[in-house]
Design a protein. Structure first.
Length: 202
């Protein structure tokens, strides 16, 4: 896929649906201050659309910071939007943010789940994103969690590894998940909630 580096108008750039990051407000002030002092150290990544506008695939916070500074243009790596499908855009966004360590656990889960539904292979998702296969394996099991565990993961109270352990410990022989009865290794009786109470305190 061929790309060019161009200086483009910020008014022609849109943040599309393929973005991995969902929390865009955090740290914009600090980022704007850094760009004001040092300039934009890394161009954003955009796809040029058939209508002449651009969709940002990576660097949306940098775009927002540049807009906050009142700058009219921004340096960007430009790819042909017609040559990139939606899931490839997700992979580009995820890979760029992984390098910058900008993703929350929930954002990684959502991105890996989308890619896994496309490829059907943990290895292909790992290769595409650069994530360890073990992490990908955990993230794509999010939909199997109980609602209570999903809420804990969404709120970053526990990670996926702990959530999966909690669910496994509370799973009955018939495959149903009990929220009231199971006996954990420590001898504490309870359901998912009891194990979570322990896990959150570790």
């Amino acid at each position: 896929m061929s790309t060019t580096v161009e200086e483009i108008s910020v008014e022609k750039i849109e943040i599309g649906t393929a973005q991995v990051r969902t929390d865009l407000s955090s740290g914009i002030e600090d980022l704007a201050s850094s760009i004001k002092r040092q300039g934009l150290l890394q161009p954003i990544y955009v796809a040029k659309q058939s209508n002449g506008r651009f969709e940002v695939l990576a660097g949306q916070r940098r775009l927002l910071a540049v807009k906050k500074l009142g700058q009219k243009t921004i340096r960007a790596i430009v790819a042909d939007g017609n040559a990139i499908d939606e899931l490839s855009k997700v992979a580009i966004s995820l890979s760029e943010n992984l390098i910058r360590k900008d993703n929350s656990q929930k954002e990684l889960i959502d991105a890996c789940t989308k890619l896994y539904k496309r490829y059907g292979s943990l290895k292909m998702v790992a290769d595409e994103t650069g994530l360890a296969a073990g992490l990908v394996s955990q993230y794509v099991k999010y939909d199997q969690l109980t609602q209570k565990l999903k809420e804990k993961v969404d709120q970053a109270q526990i990670d996926m590894k702990v959530a999966l352990q909690a669910q496994k410990a509370a799973t009955n022989p018939d495959g149903t998940v009990s929220v009231t009865t199971y006996k954990y290794d420590s001898g504490v009786e309870g359901g998912v909630e009891a194990l979570l109470a322990q896990a959150v305190q570790i």
